[in-house]
Write a protein that binds this ligand. Structure first.
Ligand code: SF4
Length: 377
């Protein structure tokens, strides 16, 4: 079992909060051709790494994959089909931005037949909030996207939503999630706004043009999102992810379960044979290196301690939590340390032990970063 991630590094413009690697797509069609030439070459070159693997999931992310003409993506999928063993039951997800949701795009998508799951960044159902976040679309685009999903029979799709900022009101959250739950959107990723170095929000924060949300307001927003979705029948299966039954993301769940994956394109990460590697974060350098036949990535071998730390961190993000049997079988030398640390009074009240698993309760999920850093301090 394994996964594939493809990073398409082009966007129309940079959103204020985004620190994913992408550049503005200009009319430089030569760069687009060079990029896809390099990408297809990287796919072929790395196929030996997965020669004994069956690929269960493929994820076209970015950047904005829906910004490039669709035939490029179709060709990429074909390169995978020709060089890898793809499962008959593959989950193939494509990120589409709402402003690119047109009848023509959806009809191409449907005709091609290889994409069976969609993911889109609505981020808000309020035009003022969308403007604040620096998005290129409006609420009307979000609705058009939903109509097209219905018209073309895409019933496995996810919508991203951002909360955790000052101008967002509880009333607005209630209104948005009422729309989502009434429409039975199968999967919702609700992320809290992070202000990362290198983003335009970071500069605005330093200049005092925006503020970080107050802690109490953040907790209220997190709780409200959680309550609205879980009371409507959504499973809160990971800190930021909620799904209706059977509609969880297989691709992301595999990341959190340490299933090997290969990443393609600039800045993409890979994990296999206890090794993490990451591609260069520059599309032109990426193209040059791949065309010269050079590996465009750096890598590090994970020690047992690294793997233990990652296992704890990722498992605590998930509702399922830490499997104590797995901990014993794989990381027995850190077991005493683990049990000692979770008895700490600062942490223990946020943990629940249940049927051989240890997980965070809702209060713990809200401050998971603090708890995880306490666990390792
Ligand atoms: S959030 Fe998405 S659309 Fe906006 S800049 Fe980042 S990758 Fe591009």
């Amino acid at each position: 079992m394994s996964g594939i991630y493809i990073h398409i590094p082009f966007c129309k413009k940079k959103c204020g909060y985004c620190d994913f690697y992408s550049i503005r797509l200009c009319k430089d069609s030569q760069l687009l051709d060079n990029f896809f030439l390099a990408l297809n070459k990287e796919i072929v070159n790395k196929s030996y790494l997965f020669k004994n693997q069956t690929v269960e999931t493929i994820y076209f992310g970015g950047g904005t994959p829906s910004l490039v003409p669709f035939h490029y993506l179709e060709n990429v999928y074909k390169t995978f089909a020709d060089n890898y063993h793809l499962s008959n039951n593959i989950e193939c997800t494509l990120e589409i931005n709402p402003e690119q949701a047109t009848d023509q795009y959806f009809s191409e998508l449907k005709a091609s037949g290889f994409v069976n799951r969609l993911s889109t960044g609505f981020q808000s159902m309020d035009n003022d909030c969308l403007k604040f976040l620096g998005r290129c679309h409006t609420v009307d685009d979000n609705y058009r996207y939903l109509d097209l999903c219905k018209k073309y029979g895409f019933n496995n799709f996810s919508v991203d939503y951002i909360f955790g900022y000052e101008m967002l009101t509880l009333k607005e959250i209630e209104r948005s999630f009422k729309i989502f739950t009434d429409l039975k959107i199968p999967h919702i990723s609700a992320y809290s706004l992070g202000i990362e170095q290198g983003t335009s929000f970071y500069l605005k924060l330093r200049k005092g043009e925006i503020n970080v949300i107050d802690d109490d307001d953040y907790v209220q927003q997190f709780r409200l999102v959680h309550n609205l979705l879980t009371s409507a029948g959504y499973e809160h299966y990971e800190i930021s992810n909620y799904s209706l039954p059977e509609k969880y993301s297989r691709h992301n769940t595999n990341y959190w379960n340490f299933v090997p994956y290969l990443g393609f394109g600039p800045s993409a990460h890979s994990y296999y044979d206890n090794t993490r590697s990451w591609n260069i974060r520059d599309v032109r350098k990426y193209c040059d290196m791949v065309s010269r036949g050079e590996l465009s990535f750096e890598q590090e071998q994970l020690s047992l301690r690294d793997r233990f730390n990652e296992y704890i961190m990722l498992s605590l993000r998930m509702h399922r939590g830490i499997d104590l049997k797995h901990l014993h079988n794989e990381f027995s030398e850190f077991e005493n340390e683990f049990y000692h640390n979770i008895k700490d009074k600062k942490i223990s009240r946020y943990l629940v032990e249940d049927n051989g698993f240890v997980r965070l309760n809702l209060d713990g999920l809200i401050i998971s970063d603090t708890i995880i850093s306490e666990l390792f301090s």
